[in-house]
Design a protein around this ligand. Structure first.
Ligand SMILES: [Zn+2]
Length: 348
């Protein structure tokens, strides 16, 4: 997902608390409450607070007292990360890496601000994303182009540049070690050309950013999870998306952590769904290719139909209104991304 600006209904109330770092927080100090889910292997998810609860996760890995943060959310997420560290008895000095899966602002918008508070951390990013983290003017420009200056400022604030010398570019199959724990980076285009997935050798789990789709926890039904592709602007490429999915499935991860939202299991079934749903998006785009002025609306109707088809298939116990509330931002962005793909002649 890039960054839906509005239209997200709050299907998940603030009470949908799976866990939170509350032990050092006064019982009445709800402003400092941060939702954290702790998994095995020292892996945790921190709710970034972006847009609504359970929309965007920041992941954290702790190994031998050293810390890696995967994706950062937006500027207002930085205090949440620091609070989560504090609650685990960890100091900012113990963070060695801030790892970006890609540079869409709901993942990377808070990187500069967070890094300024982590004296020993280096930022890792896909080679295509590095210069935009050093000079975020293009990122800001393109965000303003989509949302307008006011909305962009309101949602993302000032994007803080990252000093060049603190950046590590993660090329395909490069590795990093966190106190000896190895992470392998894979180039995974499809959602964005500046996207990497991170394989954690110790757990056998994968951090997939947006490449394994959106898996909102509100849609879990009878213990079954679900994922939906995000074809958001401006670099959606279905062929690359299928290939990246194959790469991911080939790694046979025991679990995948997606940004929207956190841990996914049952990878083989959900991977097959993802292939099918990417295909459905591609077919929709080709069908509406010559729809002229009505194309954006037709694409939105088409994406809505795909969503509602899944609602039926999975038997979600939600009303149509609730489902469309959860996906409102994504339906808009997926339609925009498909249109940009068509215009870039990707459909030839
Ligand atoms: Zn994204």
């Amino acid at each position: 997902m890039l960054a839906p600006a509005s239209g997200r209904a709050g299907a998940a109330a603030e009470q949908v608390t799976i866990g939170h770092v509350a032990s050092s927080i006064g019982a009445l100090d709800f402003t400092r409450m941060v939702h954290v889910i702790d998994y095995e292997f020292g892996i945790s998810a921190i709710d970034s607070g972006y847009q609504r609860p359970l929309l965007a996760a920041i992941h954290m890995i702790v190994e031998g007292g050293r810390v890696a943060i995967i994706d950062t959310g937006v500027n207002s997420s930085a205090p949440r990360v620091l609070a989560a560290l504090r609650d685990k008895g960890l100091r900012p000095e113990q963070v060695d890496y801030v790892i970006l899966t890609h540079i869409h602002l709901d993942h990377a918008g808070g990187a500069g601000l967070l890094l300024a508070q982590l004296p020993n951390a280096r930022l890792t990013v896909h080679p295509r994303g590095a210069r935009h983290m050093v000079d975020p003017s293009k990122l800001i420009e393109s965000t303003i182009a989509v949302y307008g200056a006011e909305e962009a400022r309101r949602t993302y604030g000032e994007i803080v540049p990252v000093p060049r010398e603190r950046i590590i570019e993660t090329v395909h199959q490069s590795t990093l070690k966190l106190d000896g724990r190895e992470f392998v980076f894979f180039d995974t285009p499809g959602h964005a050309r500046h996207h990497v997935c991170v394989f954690d050798a110790k757990s056998g789990h994968l951090f997939a950013g947006d490449t394994f789709g959106l898996s909102y926890r509100e849609l879990d039904c009878n213990g079954r999870q679900f994922a939906f592709p995000t074809t958001s602007p401006t670099q959606f490429d279905p062929l690359a998306a299928h290939r990246s999915l194959e790469l991911i499935l080939g790694l046979k991860p025991g679990a995948i952590y997606v940004t929207h939202y956190s841990q996914v299991r049952d990878i083989v079934r959900i991977g097959a769904d993802m292939h099918r749903l990417i295909e459905a998006h591609e077919q929709l785009a080709r069908r509406e290719r010559d729809a002229g002025a009505a194309r954006h609306e037709s694409l939105k109707v088409g994406v809505t139909e795909i969503v509602m088809g899944e609602a039926q298939r999975y038997g979600w116990k939600l009303t149509r209104e609730q489902v469309l509330g959860i996906f409102a931002g994504d339906i808009e962005l997926n339609a925009q991304g498909l249109a940009i793909w068509l215009d870039a002649s990707g459909a030839d």
